[in-house]
Design a protein. Structure first.
Length: 244
């Protein structure tokens, strides 16, 4: 299925990491126009393609969201990619970091979904893709606040999937394992690069898979969770005590 060809697409957090790679992959899929949004336009990489429209957008900023929703009225596919990760466990981690992850990953994405739902309904058949995390299924305690924000986002995504099901908007959840981006700077894990990951995400969406785990590590974790949620919890417990 050619989901992305000849479409107008908005990507949040498009200046680096998975978001930047999604923009490149979308160009290769034949997108007509990509609203590549990020907090600071000076951090946007040089994008030598006139299908790209760079726009400033902090997804926690209500005014900016309203402005963008007034400009990007032709959006047919919304990719909620922007996210933050503040490490720390539940009992000792910085509360401010946890609040920030919730403000961006959960409430920021909810605000984007609310602002763009009417646009996507008007432009149906349309698509919403939320980049969540494998930690939505089970928390890794060294990033407990982040995991909680992603579990909340996954729940919100499943809710919106049902809320929009009869309005011609298909809602996808992408739950990657660890990907080699700034978010994992300093980690010595073997991780796939964001370019390969972005290509896989688009392939899974094109195949009509609603819940997507694009990488091998994530798929191993997802398989364990599907077999028995306690199995993934045990994997994360082992990782947590290994890291400590
Ligand atoms: N890397 C992984 O292992 C992994 C695994 C599972 C899920 N994910 C998810 O994948 C998504 C992309 O992450 P990444 O790995 O590409 O990380 P990244 O390289 O750290 O990129 C994060 C992106 O989010 C943007 N961002 C942060 N706060 C924002 C805000 N308030 N408004 C708008 N944009 C904001 C950043 O912009 P600035 O440059 O302005 O900070 C940046 O573009 C995130 O939702 C992340 O949780 C990543």
């Amino acid at each position: 299925m050619q989901v992305f060809k000849d479409k107008t697409i908005l990507v949040t957090g498009a200046n680096r990491g998975i978001g930047k790679s999604l923009v490149s992959a979308l160009l290769n899929h034949g997108a007509t126009k990509i609203y590549a949004t990020c907090r600071n336009l000076k951090s946007m990489p040089l994008l030598a393609d006139d299908r790209i429209v760079p726009l400033q957008l902090d997804i926690t900023d209500d005014e900016q969201i309203a402005q963008i929703a007034n400009v990007a009225l032709d959006t047919e596919i919304l990719i909620n990619n922007a996210g933050t990760l503040n490490p720390g466990n539940m009992l000792q981690g910085e509360l401010l970091g946890m609040e920030h992850d919730l403000a961006v990953n959960y409430f920021g994405t909810i605000k984007m979904m609310r602002a763009f739902a009417p646009i996507l309904v008007k432009n149906r058949p349309s698509t919403m893709i939320n980049i969540v995390s494998i930690t939505a299924y089970s928390p890794l305690p060294s990033i407990a606040g982040y995991a909680a924000s992603k579990a909340a986002l996954y729940s919100a995504t499943l809710s919106v999937r049902i809320e929009l099901a009869k309005d011609g908007v298909t809602v996808y959840a992408v739950n990657p394992g660890a990907i080699d981006t700034d978010m994992n700077k300093g980690s010595d894990w073997e991780m796939p690069d964001p370019d390969t990951t972005a290509v896989k995400i688009l392939d899974y969406v094109s195949a009509g898979k609603l819940d997507i785990v694009p990488d091998d590590m994530g798929q191993g974790m997802y398989a364990a969770w599907r077999e028995d949620p306690e199995k993934l919890s045990k994997m994360f417990s082992d990782l947590y005590y290994l890291e400590k």
